[in-house]
Ligand binder design. Structure first.
Ligand SMILES: Nc1nc2c(ncn2[C@@H]2O[C@H](COP(=O)(O)OP(=O)(O)OP(=O)(O)O)[C@@H](O)[C@H]2O)c(=O)[nH]1
Ligand SMILES: [Mg+2]
Length: 373
């Protein structure tokens, strides 16, 4: 047995739940504790906003593109080895794709079974957006996804060791209490923790749990892979990159805001149900990021570019219940409209991938209860 035994923290949760924002906070927290950490992002496609964000903050990040951790288990292990070669991290933090479930049976349990002598594994955290969750559990009205996507959503919560109610700053105390009570009743095996990456509420307690404790074994949950695959296939996925060149110098934040707002309007008009639209605009050392997490919310510009720029790289990651072709068409229309409206920019698409995620075929699936640690 080697003396080096890093700890693996896996963070799951539905699209737009706040996983990357939380991972950035965890990265800072680990750094403050003097704990060396490496990060792993994951997506069904390439050109990942999340990787750009992590790296732009200076955190060592490997990405696994083109398939989820469960189907690319060996690549997940490979990513830890690459990080280990440069950094020898004490902790690996991995963010799962937001449309994935069954992570205990296909990722954390196999990690423990196959690599348990070489690493320890944290309790599985699953984040939920509080507004989406209140709607999913009938606490407030609002749009929802079709039944097979909701199936994935519930399964994500069912397997959680820790349900982190993220963005708790968005709810009034009584609303949060009601949501917490429903989640605790529906998922009695999970510890339910309200957290906010914006206000830092609850983060320290959650981070301590995942950084310093190990996952306990439970019977593996049943998953109907036909329904799971159907749910994934209802989601359109669009990853794209483009170059934006300013005629003289341009306001990159305004470009991103215009594009997000134009896309938002067109997506709603065409009946797409947005799960998460995220975009970054990268120029030199600067990055701006904008997110839209529901049709009836507004795009939020988080990180901003501090100065006008002459040229920038745009990355677009859009996930919605809609046909992939529609997402691509809408993006092309929005880029054209934004270029015309802000005549200081010339925007050219470099790469697009529009698809529906394929059926998940996990590399491993542990069916039996693991020996308790
Ligand atoms: N109000 C509020 N917003 C938050 C908080 N955490 C994240 N968000 C916002 O939620 C949006 C989505 O956050 P992400 O961290 O990108 O979500 P994600 O789960 O990583 O999304 P995917 O990787 O696409 O599945 C962004 O606009 C974030 O700024 C929070 O604590 N409070
Ligand atoms: Mg993310």
């Amino acid at each position: 047995m080697s003396a080096y035994k890093p700890h693996v923290i896996l963070i799951g949760g539905f699209l737009g739940a706040g996983k990357t924002a939380a991972m950035l906070e965890l990265a800072r927290w680990l750094h403050d504790q003097g704990i060396r950490a490496g990060f792993i992002t994951n997506d069904q496609g390439s050109d990942l906003v999340d990787t750009r964000l992590m790296r732009s903050c200076g955190f060592a990040t490997e990405e696994i593109a083109g398939g989820c951790f469960c189907c690319r288990f060996d690549e997940l292990v490979g990513a830890t080895q690459r990080l280990r070669a440069v950094l020898q991290p004490d902790v690996f933090v991995a963010e799962a794709v937001g449309s994935c479930t069954d992570l205990a049976a296909t990722v954390t349990y196999p990690l423990r079974r196959l690599l348990g002598d070489d690493c320890t594994v944290a309790p599985l955290s699953v984040l939920v957006d509080p507004v989406r969750a209140r709607r999913a559990f009938g606490l407030e009205p609002g749009e929802s996804f079709s039944a097979s996507i909701q199936y994935i959503y519930r399964k994500q919560l069912e397997e959680a060791d820790i349900i982190a109610i993220s963005k708790c700053d968005l709810l009034a105390a009584a609303e949060l209490d009601a949501l917490r009570a429903v989640l605790q009743r529906e998922f009695p095996n999970a510890e339910v923790l309200p957290v906010s990456s914006r206000t830092e509420a609850g983060l320290d307690a959650w981070f301590r749990r995942v950084a310093f404790s190990q996952q306990q074994s439970r019977p593996v949950m049943a998953v109907d892979y036909d329904r799971y695959a159907e749910g994934e296939a209802r989601l359109g996925w669009l990853n794209a990159s483009a170059t934006a060149v300013a005629i003289t110098v341009g306001d990159g934040n305004r470009l991103l805001e215009h594009l997000a707002s134009d896309l938002h309007g067109r997506l709603v008009d065409r009946g797409a149900v947005v799960a998460h639209l995220k975009m970054t605009l990268h120029a030199g050392d600067g990055i701006a990021a904008i997110n839209l997490v529901r049709n009836d919310f507004v795009p939020e510009l988080g990180t901003r570019l501090l100065e006008p720029v002459t040229a920038a790289d745009l990355v677009v990651n859009l996930r919605a219940e809609a046909a992939p072709d529609l997402l691509e068409t809408v993006l092309r229309e929005s880029l054209r409209a934004t270029g015309l409206a802000l005549d200081s920019w010339r925007i050219e698409l470099v790469h697009t991938e529009a698809f529906r995620p394929g059926r998940p075929v996990p590399t491993h699936r542990d069916g039996a209860t693991l020996r308790s640690t």
